[in-house]
Write a protein that binds this ligand. Structure first.
Ligand SMILES: Cc1ncc(COP(=O)(O)O)c(C=O)c1O
Length: 374
């Protein structure tokens, strides 16, 4: 039986050809293709923003925090459930991540709980657009405005997502995207920031490449630390092709997700992910009421695997990792994030799947969570 993985990148002849062109061009690291990708991302996102590409979203987020001057003594508010990079980047710049619980259906940060987490040390709020569904941005920006905080959006999972009729990233605040192979478009590894403030963008460029600045004559100076976070042209060339296909990929993801939602609507013991306008459906994650099924998640995953269905677990509550327990978080502090961490199961979703594949996953899931299954 062939195995359906939970995700698979969609790469074709055009990507291969673009890589060949760069490899044969004599310039394979950051150069004209990276610049072209920045222009294409800015045009795609809209709103008159500029884009800067990075070698990962992790680098992009770190660079934004450094560029904003977030550091020791500062706090940054993050959701309790996300990929661990969301909290790790805060630790990386010497600041403290302060967690807020997420909503069970949207899996996004509870905007109504963020106010309580703000104090005199808070510098920024970092919402995540989980699985491609935009976070509840309006109240978050309102709070940020009231308290003089920066918002850095972790849109690692949300290239092509829309919020209030605009692409995520179009609002001019720093917004970070990932192009890791699991994401809706890929550069193999890679990321980008969109923003509008020219001084901020200039700081990002310097942080991205050794702190180097040059005067009009090309003389080099380094006034502040910078790292090595640039995206090579080989990756950028792949990104340019992927970006041109992104709306098609996302439309297909939405079709497949709608079918999942329809087919699973009446299956007992599941909490389905919330839908919403502008959702780009990076992943399709259900929560399974394990108590009701009398099964463990690994048992369910093994049953699914036997039927050719691969699954993922996105994500454990970050607050239960040793690093974040050592910062004072304890089991029970973030009950919804912890529940998602225990119960979540990511089902296959990628653009080349067929309707029959979705139906097969739904049938296999229904069987696998029933106690009679073999
Ligand atoms: C929410 C979130 N933030 C950050 C990252 C980090 O992205 P990258 O792998 O490009 O560094 C990811 C990657 O999965 C993510 O899902």
């Amino acid at each position: 039986m062939s195995m359906l993985p939970f995700t698979r990148p969609t790469l074709g002849e055009e990507e291969l050809q673009s890589v060949r062109e760069v490899l044969e061009s004599g310039w394979i690291t950051t150069g004209p293709k990276a610049k072209a990708l920045e222009e294409a991302i800015a045009a795609y996102v809209g709103g008159g923003v500029q884009a800067r590409v990075f070698n990962s979203a992790t680098s992009a987020l770190e660079a934004c925090l450094f560029a904003a001057g977030v550091g020791p003594g500062d706090e940054v508010i993050v959701p309790a459930m996300s990929f661990v990079a969301t909290a790790n980047v805060v630790v990386r710049v010497g600041a403290r991540p302060v967690f807020v619980d997420v909503d069970l259906n949207s899996r996004n940060i509870r905007a109504d709980r963020v106010g309580k987490a703000i104090n005199s040390r808070t510098r920024a709020i970092m919402p995540v657009h989980f699985a491609g569904l935009a976070a509840d941005l309006d109240p978050l920006y309102a709070l940020a405005g009231q308290h003089g905080l920066l918002v850095i959006e972790d849109a690692a999972q949300a290239i092509g997502t829309e919020h209030a009729g605009h692409k995520v990233g179009a609002n001019g605040n720093p917004v970070c995207f990932s192009f890791h192979p699991n994401k809706n478009m890929t550069t193999i590894e890679g990321g980008a920031v969109t923003a509008t403030d020219p001084a901020f963008l200039q700081r990002l460029e310097r942080i991205r490449f050794h702190g180097i600045e040059r005067d009009a004559d090309g003389n080099m100076d380094v006034k502040a630390w910078g790292g090595k976070m640039n995206l090579p042209d080989v990756n950028s060339a792949i990104g340019l092709i992927q970006l041109s296909k992104l709306d098609g990929f996302n439309a297909r993801r939405r079709e497949l997700a709608s079918r999942y939602l329809q087919r699973l609507a009446n299956v007992p013991h599941l909490v389905l992910p919330a839908d919403g306008p502008g959702h780009s459906w990076h992943m399709f994650c259900v929560c399974v009421d394990l108590n009701a099924t009398g099964l463990t998640r690994p048992q369910i995953q093994a049953r699914l695997e036997k039927q050719g269905v691969g699954t993922g677990t996105h994500y454990p509550a970050m607050t239960l990792f040793s690093l974040y327990r050592d910062l004072g978080n304890a089991p029970g502090d973030f009950p919804v994030a912890e529940r998602i961490g225990r119960e979540t199961l990511t089902l296959p979703l990628f653009p080349t799947m067929t309707e029959a594949d979705v139906d097969h996953v739904c049938d296999a899931l229904q069987q696998s969570i029933s106690s009679e299954a073999a």
